[in-house]
Design a protein around this ligand. Structure first.
Ligand SMILES: Nc1ncnc2c1ncn2[C@@H]1O[C@H](COP(=O)(O)OP(=O)(O)OP(=O)(O)O)[C@@H](O)[C@H]1O
Ligand SMILES: [Mg+2]
Length: 497
């Protein structure tokens, strides 16, 4: 490390109401160094990143940038210093173009009326688009991009600001392994050019591959700091959760029951050939494929959230007539969508209310007081099952850490006691300890006869949990793999064009 670190953090503390998010944390990021920040959901990683980025003000502590004491009182100050951040929760304007989002507030203009120089904007945007490997035109509206590409736009914006300290908060959580590897390669390249990187991720393989040093946070405190070279994934895991984890995938042998979900010749937006398959009670059915292969569209079409062009869906032999999510819910189908911020959660409402929302009908009997009590009980039970960490279950969901919001979403649908559970990237952004709890919950549900369909970019997860996997490629089914045929290689061979 060079003599003067690019960033030094000393005695940083921050509380939100009753939650002590950070407690006297010290941290250095050197010039040309990648420091990874790891820890369970709610450990304080994003809070630290946001303080450095000028989004939150610390209660106590100092920041030094290139040896100088600095007060980072706004995002603008951070940017001027040369600090750029790629957020965990995307921060783009959906109805504006890619080009506008890349240069928001920095658009090339001329003359006293600040006329936008469109050709220049386009040219500059093209350069950034090329640099991050996006394959879209600069005029594309951000809302028309899939999540993975939106993230690339945000990464491009950070890179284009020519920052000297880049902060990535779970940048690869929605990318495929190939895209993630590409990004990591870029980060190493930036480091070799002398940039400094603070890197937050739950993917420990990735952390060990990209970081020089790893800082472990637990309950807002720095508990350990280790060199990445020589450290192992299992060591990091136990430092994070404070207990040993022996098996990640608690798969059970389940006697499969009758067919619960049948999909026959389904065609919808994003699919180029009809898809058919059936899932039996107790079965965990996986859907693999690259981003853009039609995985999520297929799942949404089954649920009725995506218009169906043709085909039928049957639940316990009954045809799903109306093609809407409400009809699906009415027949015992639940879905945990991919994009937790936009779908499924009411961020201003409490944890309990969000979880109870999906079971309102079941709880509707009885007076108001009884109902509130029943709601609280259901909310508490299911939040606990998936390991939601919050100061109180009456806290608005907005105040939870990203991973904990994802758990609330999962708890909400588990509480509805579905016959068919559709999961889209169920453990994205979730820490290893909680992942294990969620796998346990999924396996328990299967053992109780629920038919589970799960889309995932993590091949390890599909291999660890699924009885059968459908691999999608370019909008069509590329093949099915039985449990004993499952391997990363077998999935990739079917998934790659
Ligand atoms: N705006 C906020 N208002 C209230 N509490 C907050 C707010 N932001 C964070 N917290 C709380 O501070 C703690 C740390 O949250 P933070 O988002 O930093 O966790 P994290 O380590 O990034 O977790 P994750 O892995 O889930 O993203 C959590 O208990 C969270 O509930
Ligand atoms: Mg976070």
């Amino acid at each position: 490390m060079a003599s003067v670190p690019r960033l030094s953090v000393r005695g940083l503390s921050k509380a939100f109401y009753h939650t002590q998010a950070l407690r006297e944390v010290d941290l250095d990021v050197g010039v040309g160094e990648v420091v990874a920040l790891v820890g369970e959901n709610g450990a304080g990683k994003s809070t630290l990143a946001k303080i450095v980025a000028g989004i939150h003000r610390p209660d106590a502590g100092e920041l030094y940038f290139e040896g100088q004491p600095v007060v980072v009182d706004s995002v603008l100050t951070a940017r001027r210093l040369g600090i750029a951040v790629v957020h965990q929760e995307l921060n783009l304007v959906p109805h504006l173009s890619v080009a506008h989002n890349l240069f928001l507030g920095r658009e090339p203009v001329s003359g006293p009326v600040r006329l936008l120089r469109r050709a220049d904007l386009r040219r500059q945007a093209m350069a950034v688009i090329g640099a991050v490997g996006l394959q879209v035109s600069p005029e594309t509206l951000v809302r028309d991009l899939p999540l993975a590409q939106r993230q690339l736009v945000e990464i491009g914006r950070a890179l284009s600001e020519d920052a000297r300290l880049l902060i990535f908060d779970e940048p690869t959580s929605s990318l495929t392994e190939t895209d993630a590897a590409e990004l990591l390669r870029k980060i190493r390249e930036l480091r070799d050019r002398g940039l400094s990187v603070l890197y937050i991720s739950h993917r420990l393989d990735e952390v060990l591959g990209v970081a020089d040093r790893v800082v472990v946070l637990r309950d807002g405190q720095k508990v350990r700091e280790v060199q990445a070279a020589g450290a192992t994934k299992l060591e990091l895991m136990s430092m994070m959760v404070g207990r040993d984890i022996d098996t990640m995938y608690p798969k059970k042998v389940v006697q499969l029951g009758p067919v619960v979900l049948e999909v026959r010749g389904l065609l919808a937006h994003g699919l180029t050939e009809p898809v058919s398959f059936s899932v039996r009670a107790g079965e965990i059915f996986g859907i693999a494929g690259l981003v853009g292969s039609g995985r999520s569209e297929l799942l949404r079409a089954i649920f009725g959230a995506e218009a169906r062009a043709s085909g039928e869906v049957f639940v316990m032999g009954r045809r799903l007539q109306a093609r809407t999510p409400w009809a699906a819910v009415g027949m015992g189908v639940a879905m945990v969508p991919e994009d937790r911020k936009l779908q499924g959660l009411l961020l201003g409402m409490s944890v309990v209310d969000n979880v109870a929302l999906s079971v309102l009908r079941r709880l509707a009997a009885g007076g108001l007081v009884r109902r509130r009590k029943a709601e609280a009980a259901v909310g508490a039970e299911y939040s606990q099952r998936v390991g939601v960490r919050a100061a109180s279950l009456d806290q608005p969901v907005r105040m939870l850490s990203g991973g904990n919001q994802q758990k609330v979403l999962l708890a909400k649908w588990l509480a509805s006691e579905p016959k068919v559970l559709l999961l889209d990237e169920p453990t994205r952004g979730i820490d290893v300890g909680a992942k294990h709890d969620i796998y346990q919950t999924i396996c328990d549900l299967a053992a109780r006869g629920v038919a589970i369909v799960m889309v995932s970019s993590e091949m390890e997860e599909l291999i660890g949990l699924c009885d059968r996997v459908l691999v999608m490629r370019a909008g069509k089914p590329a093949g099915f793999l039985e449990r004993e045929q499952l391997s990363e290689q077998a999935i990739m061979e079917l998934a790659a064009q």
